[in-house]
Write a protein that binds this ligand. Structure first.
Ligand SMILES: [Zn+2]
Length: 180
């Protein structure tokens, strides 16, 4: 099972292509300039000022160690359609209308773009992509992921989110994933 911290546009209609995203992340020094392997970037000089680990120190290797897993960053291949980029095993979305937790939200097609969720509390209908997922799920057409980060183990700094916005010209959101 892999655990990831995923970054994606706050608004599902926004898109950034791979090269400008890569250049932006290199300039912020979230990632090293040279890929370690194909679409596999090691943390850059400023990684720990972009991402805050909530324990004393990262429990994951930030550099490769033989026979152990390490932290690395990959660009998510952009798609034409909005897709579910990942989610945690403890997702429990909130209704944007009444702000309450939605019961029985999980339908067989919930990850498909265009599907609508009906709130059991207020009956509001909201596309799944627009529910308040509380960083437990992400829908988008593009983004990037930091691999081997466990849910809620680390959070992006406000400055990092602002810096992402600066080069892409749109707001970013993030979510954890450990379902795959
Ligand atoms: Zn509701």
């Amino acid at each position: 099972m892999t655990s990831q911290l995923i970054f994606f546009p706050e608004s599902t209609d926004k898109i950034i292509s791979q090269q400008p995203l890569l250049t932006g992340l290199i300039n912020l020094q979230l990632i090293s300039k040279k890929p370690h392997s194909d679409n596999h970037y090691l943390p850059g000089e400023h990684f720990l000022s972009c991402i805050t680990f909530l324990g004393c120190s990262p429990s994951i290797n930030l550099q490769p160690v033989k026979d152990e897993s390490h932290c690395f960053i990959s660009i998510i291949k952009p798609t034409q359609e909005v897709v579910c980029l990942g989610y945690t095993q403890s997702i429990n979305p909130k209704c944007p209308a009444c702000k309450k937790r939605i019961n029985n939200w999980k339908t067989p097609d919930w990850k498909k773009a265009g599907e609508t969720c009906t709130c059991d509390k207020c009956q509001a209908q909201t596309p799944y992509t627009e529910l308040n997922w509380k960083h437990e799920c992400g829908f988008a057409k593009c983004g990037f992921e930091i691999n081997n980060i466990y849910p809620h183990e680390a959070v992006p700094t406000d400055t990092f989110l602002e810096n992402l916005c600066q080069f892409s010209n749109f707001e970013w959101n993030y979510a954890y994933s450990n379902n795959l």
